[in-house]
Design a protein around this ligand. Structure first.
Ligand code: ABC
Ligand code: CA
Length: 477
């Protein structure tokens, strides 16, 4: 699918090993062990109703290539980022047929499949020369050391040539870096991705470690892929991330993430900082924030609920992601209130939740997906209108993306401090607005402005449409 098609979607991010087992067996799963827990592609197929009921119409799953087997200092390759053989699938996740079935099952529901792909590196059980390990003959199709950059570790270097040509990982689990300057490697990866996309009817790609490969590698490779590409550029600097939006369809918006996490994880965070970051991104990225991946959690970062238990803050964070210009991405488990901290604690098994749908955050995501869909349907310009920020205060902000208006605050539920949003001329005079979360009606004033005071730190979403009815229908169901 194209970037255009993806921009209408919302994505549910899955760690394949941790989402669902093939037969719904409830395997124990201690995240600290960093071992395979038994999740599979078949398991995902069994629980597509769960994802679709929440309102998502796309999923992003773990890398699918065959990984290093056995244990390491950092456990097993359950996350899928430790490729050994690009020409084979990770058999822990299922068979070739299972992956095709998953793709077909998604498509028959009108959903899209995004694969995570790792082409910067492979993984090694040891540094070359130690414990009898050698790069020669260990990997496919990169059969000998001539396909790799010489060993040196990226560490915390800020030198871009080191970032691109040295190795990630460390001496315990090195990630040998492929020589993506070598034409043979360029050719092999072009063929590889073309086949991968075709074989499994893949709709989009999340590109791991995009900043660790030279920028001019990406356009040709993206052309070979022929589908939407979204790069992971892990940085907190907008100016560093921006050039990657010229060579890929989109990036995951990490620079804004860091500010948003700060604001939504504590009443100490300031909206002025977050808004500044978002506006920098709107100005610096090739398509502004359109098509960027917007997220507050993923498998590398601590879950929001590990930093705050305040339902009001968490609700505000979720709301924002759905009023965003970009593509909202929700990390599996947040709907169940999962609270894991950083890697590996944030990779909990979802089957331990019993996939309970009658949960407040599950319902919230349902409402927000429905509201976003209604906004798109009722207003053809919704996706093309950049969000605008009004009434920016340290602890509150109004985000207007017509017909949606999100009134956000991080004062939290534990305070007598209120928030007040005054937004002039946002709607038609005397327009009837309905809060998506509470169904409460509000009338805009004679100039189409609103003046609203918050209760208990909860956000308000007031689109001029009947999202409320959609929600009522969804909760009957
Ligand atoms: C394993 C263990 C970890 C252990 C680590 C050494 O080894 O599980 O507990 O600490 C996969 C697995 C991981 C595994 C790694 C390494 O492989 O999922 O569990 O960790 O073996 C991608 C994926 C990620 C994946 C890989 C590797 C890459 O999303 O899941 O990890 O294929 C760099 C890369 C980034 C990469 C990340 C893990 O490492 O750029 O693409 N993610 C700074 C640097 C970043 C760096 C980051 C983390 O540190 O600028 O380049 O990311 O090391 C500050 C933050 C900083 C941050 C800056 C920008 O902002 O505090 O951390 O970035 O505020
Ligand atoms: Ca590299």
């Amino acid at each position: 699918a194209t970037a255009e098609e993806w921009s209408t979607r919302t994505i549910y991010q899955i760690i394949t090993d941790r989402f669902a087992t093939s037969d719904d067996a409830v395997h124990p799963c201690d995240t600290n062990q960093r071992k395979y827990c038994g999740g599979t592609w078949k398991g995902i197929i069994r629980h597509l109703d769960y994802i679709q009921n929440m309102g998502f119409d796309a999923i992003w799953i773990s890398p699918v290539s065959a990984n290093l087997e056995g244990n390491t200092t950092y456990g097993e390759a359950f996350h899928g980022y430790w490729t050994q053989d690009f020409t084979a699938l990770n058999s822990h996740f299922g068979t070739d047929q299972d992956l095709r079935d998953l793709s077909a099952a998604l498509h028959s529901r009108g959903m899209l499949l995004m694969l995570d792909v790792v082409i910067n590196h492979v993984a090694a059980p040891s540094i070359p020369g130690k414990d009898g390990f050698t790069l020669d003959g260990f990997y496919h199709p990169f059969t000998d050391r001539s396909y790799f950059h010489p060993q040196c570790f990226v560490g915390d270097s800020r030198d871009q040539s080191v970032i691109e040509q040295c190795w990630l990982g460390d001496e315990a689990v090195p990630l040998p870096d492929l020589n993506t300057e070598d034409e043979r490697v360029v050719q092999l990866f072009g063929d590889w991705v073309r086949n991968l996309v075709r074989q499994y009817s893949v709709d989009g790609l999340r590109i791991d470690t995009a900043k660790h490969i030279r920028k001019d590698f990406w356009p040709g490779w993206g052309q070979a892929a022929g589908v939407f590409t979204m790069g992971e550029v892990l940085t907190d600097e907008t100016a560093y991330a921006a050039p990657y939006t010229d060579v890929l369809d989109a990036i995951l918006d990490y620079p804004s993430y860091f500010q948003l996490f700060r604001v939504f994880s504590s009443p100490q965070g300031r909206f002025s900082d977050a808004v500044a970051a978002l506006q920098r991104a709107q100005a610096a990225y090739r398509n502004g924030l359109f098509r960027t991946g917007s997220f507050i959690e993923n498998h590398d970062q601590p879950r929001l609920a590990s930093a705050t238990q305040d339902r009001a803050l968490i609700t505000n964070a979720m709301v924002f992601s759905f009023v965003h210009d970009g593509i909202p991405i929700t990390y599996y488990g947040s709907e169940q209130g999962y609270q894991g901290g950083g890697d590996p604690s944030n990779r909990e098994a979802l089957w331990l939740s019993a996939y309970e749908e009658d949960k407040p955050l599950f319902r919230l995501l349902q409402s927000l997906n429905a509201a976003r869909r209604q906004a798109m349907a009722s207003s053809p310009n919704f996706l093309k209108t950049p969000m605008q920020f009004y009434a920016v205060e340290e602890h509150s902000v109004a985000v207007l993306k017509p017909p949606m208006l999100a009134l956000l605050t991080n004062v939290g539920s534990d305070t007598s401090q209120g928030a007040r949003w005054i937004v002039p001329r946002a709607f038609a005079p005397h327009a009837l607005l309905i809060d998506v979360l509470t169904c409460a009606p509000v009338l805009a004033d004679a100039n189409g402005g609103v003046d609203i005071v918050s209760q208990y730190g909860m956000p308000q979403v007031r689109p001029f449409l009947r999202a409320c009815l959609v929600r009522a229908a969804a909760s009957l169901h």
